[in-house]
Structures are given as structure tokens and as C-alpha cells.
Design a protein around this ligand. Structure first.
Ligand SMILES: [Zn+2]
Ligand SMILES: [Zn+2]
Length: 388
């Protein structure tokens, strides 16, 4: 053994050439994937590091998100590593607000991180602080489908991993989605006459959306109770759930499920009776049409499960920004529809009102509001419960 060890410590010429060759091959292979693992901490606690393997997986799963095939969004890598929301990023002694840089923070093949116009760096540590809401949220979108199933006395959708939020039973369950109503924006205007009906209900709890916080992905998580990686709707490009939805769980149990949507379906919704609500009167919003369709369903006889999706708050948010009079005016309009709709509900039902995602301020061409990020504005939404 001793001889062998000595020998390998002093390689002759052929051995040295072999070593050089091996180094060369390793260098070439290393060029295909980041060599560097990036240490990560979340709220001061060490978290799953960002590895070259994870980079390659994300690159394979989300090719449309790669920049020139050379860099992946840092936000996507963080989400895949289990980071559920972000408020600030610290790196090499610098700090940024997440919503300001998340669209322009990249991790290259070589494991270097670029933020905005800055140079690519190999950080010693990425430190993420989550929004204050992260520690206060009492539910996620994944809990809604199991909750509806539990209320109706049915098994949860097959791949659901969320938990029922109540053991209360009722004849019927209603879920109302207010597109784009972020928790922070509701809280900022609460008690100021913007949403008098909602303000009169028991205070909402905080619920967390899923990443990316866009309508399609959020609705898929809400209806399946499963994470995007499981339910198959992981980005804006997919319309079909790969798993059972609450709509199917209800109809396969011989009950009725009706969905009242806006102009178009965010995802395909097999199993449900569908009512689309185009902007028939051309007032720029579909909320009045959605309200009319929901009232028609009420008049015909409430099904075991009714989903109503109001889109106008999101539309106003994109156009005017979430911190605008127009966004608040739309909240007021939808609040009025909710009041009239809920006044028509019979006894023996449970209604939940929530949002698919929130909204943050941007300056992107003619858009003043957007969502889809891990920011607190986008990821946290209110959740109201009303029992009859
Ligand atoms: Zn939406
Ligand atoms: Zn939107």
C-alpha cells in the first residue's frame, strides 16, 4: 500500500499527461453546467442551496424562461428550491427589494448571478428575507379544494396535498375568486368605505398563492389542491390539469358543479357546467356580466359547488396600477356585486371569497400593475369565510 501511495504521489510523465487530460475533460464538461453551488439562506436560516443540477433541471423544465439559453431567472430557481415568497435579496453586501429586481436577476450556466445592469458575480451567499405575511399566512391555495370537498362530505381531489380548513359540513359550497386582489391592497383600503360589504364580514385570514402567481397557475392549484409541479399547470403555457380537480370530484360523486367565468376560462375545466361572461355591454369590465350569470344560476337553483370568478379588479390593476383610484373603484363595484349575490344565497351553505394572486406596481409600457412574482404584493391574498 505504501509503495502504491508513493507512486501515485509522484506520477511519471504518462501519469502527468493523463492527469492533464482528465482536468481538460472535467473543464469541458464543467462548461455545460454551473460548477458552483450557491449557498442560500432564507430569513437568516440556511436553506436548500442552488446547485448546478437544479439549474439544469429548471433549464430543462422551463426553456421558455431561459435568457439566450444561458441564464435562468433567479426567481424560478428560488421557487424550485422551496422559497415561497421574497421581500429582499442580499448578496455580497448589497441589498435589493425583490419586486424591483426579480424580473432581472439571473443565474448563468457558470453559477454566476447577475442583478440588473450589474456585473456577473459568484456570490458567497444569497440571503432572502421573506415578506412579513409569510409568517402570518394560515392557509395556501392548496387548501381550498380539500376544504370544499370536506364541506360537501366528499373525498378531496386525488392528488391534493392541501388540508381542509374546517370540519364544518354544508349542503352546498361556493367559492368566489376576486382576480388580482392582493392582501396588502385590501388592508390598505379597509375601513375607508372602499369595500363596505367585505369590511362588514369577519376579518379575512391571510392565504398564500403559488408561484408563478398568475391566474392560470393559481386557479389550477386552487381547483386541484396540488402544487404546479404535480398538477401540470406550471406556467402560462399550459391549459390542462394533469390531475383530478374539485369540479371533477364533485361531478363524479353525482353532484353538480357550475363555474361562472369572465370572458374566457383560465384553464380547461372538465366536469363543470360553464357560463362565460363576455363584456356584452362594452363597459370595459365583465364583472356586471359575471354577476348576472351568477344570479341566473342562483335563480335556477344553486348547485352543490359554485365557482364565480370576477376579473375586473385585476384588469384595473394592470391598466392603472394597484395603488390607484381606478383599482379601488373596481373593488367597490365588485364589493357591491358580492353584497347582492350573497343576499340571495339560501341557508345551509358555506361561501369562501379569496383572490388568485395579488398585484404590484410596475412601469412596463402601458402597464402600471403586474403580478407573477414571489413578492409579498403578489403572493398573499385575503380569504373570507361566510356561513349561512
Ligand atoms: Zn388573475
Ligand atoms: Zn392579471
Amino acid at each position: 500500500m505504501r509503495m502504491l501511495t508513493r507512486h501515485s504521489c509522484r506520477p511519471h510523465l504518462a501519469g502527468r499527461l493523463g492527469l492533464l487530460l482528465a482536468l481538460l475533460v472535467a473543464t469541458l464538461l464543467g462548461g455545460c453546467a454551473p460548477r458552483r453551488t450557491i449557498a442560500l439562506e432564507v430569513d437568516g436560516t440556511p436553506a436548500t442551496p442552488l446547485t448546478g443540477k437544479a439549474w439544469k433541471e429548471s433549464w430543462g423544465n422551463f426553456p421558455g424562461e431561459a435568457a439566450d439559453g444561458q441564464a435562468m431567472p433567479l426567481e424560478r430557481l428560488l421557487s424550485e428550491a422551496g422559497v415561497d415568497s421574497a421581500e429582499t435579496l442580499e448578496m455580497d453586501g448589497r441589498s435589493w427589494r425583490w419586486e424591483e429586481i426579480c424580473a432581472d436577476a439571473w443565474v448563468g450556466r457558470d453559477g454566476r448571478v447577475t442583478v440588473g445592469d450589474g456585473a456577473a458575480v459568484a456570490p458567497g451567499l444569497l440571503s432572502i428575507r421573506r415578506p412579513p405575511e409569510a409568517g402570518q399566512a394560515t392557509s395556501t391555495h392548496l387548501d381550498l379544494a380539500p376544504t370544499v370537498a370536506s364541506v360537501l362530505g366528499l373525498p378531496a381531489p386525488q392528488q391534493a396535498t392541501g388540508s381542509a380548513l374546517t370540519d364544518l359540513r354544508a349542503d352546498r359550497a361556493v367559492l368566489i375568486v376576486l382576480d388580482g386582489l392582493g392582501y396588502r391592497w385590501y388592508e390598505a383600503s379597509r375601513g375607508q368605505g372602499v369595500t363596505p360589504f367585505l369590511d362588514g364580514l369577519d376579518a379575512p385570514t391571510l392565504a398564500r398563492s403559488v408561484y408563478p402567481s398568475v391566474t392560470r397557475v393559481s386557479m389550477a392549484a386552487i381547483l386541484s389542491g396540488a402544487l404546479p409541479a404535480v398538477n401540470g399547470v406550471r406556467d402560462r403555457g399550459t391549459r390542462n390539469l394533469a390531475v383530478q380537480s374539485i369540479l371533477q370530484a364533485v361531478t363524479e360523486a353525482g353532484r353538480r358543479a357550475v363555474v361562472v367565468e369572465g370572458e374566457a376560462l383560465p384553464i380547461n375545466m372538465p366536469g363543470a357546467e360553464l357560463r362565460l361572461s363576455g363584456d356584452r355591454d362594452g363597459d370595459g369590465y365583465t364583472d356586471d356580466n359575471t354577476f348576472d350569470n351568477a344570479m341566473a344560476v342562483l335563480t335556477e337553483g344553486l348547485p352543490e359547488f359554485l365557482l364565480v370568478h370576477f376579473h375586473g379588479i385585476d384588469d384595473a390593476g394592470h391598466t392603472y396600477g394597484p395603488d390607484s383610484a381606478e383599482y379601488r373603484e373596481r373593488m367597490t363595484a365588485v364589493d357591491g356585486y358580492l353584497e347582492r349575490l350573497l343576499a340571495g344565497f339560501p341557508a345551509g351553505i358555506v361561501v369562501r371569497i379569496t383572490a388568485d394572486h395579488g398585484m404590484h406596481t410596475v412601469h412596463e409600457g402601458d402597464k402600471l400593475g403586474n403580478h407573477g412574482t414571489l413578492s409579498g404584493e403578489d403572493m398573499f391574498v385575503p380569504l373570507w369565510v361566510v356561513r349561512y
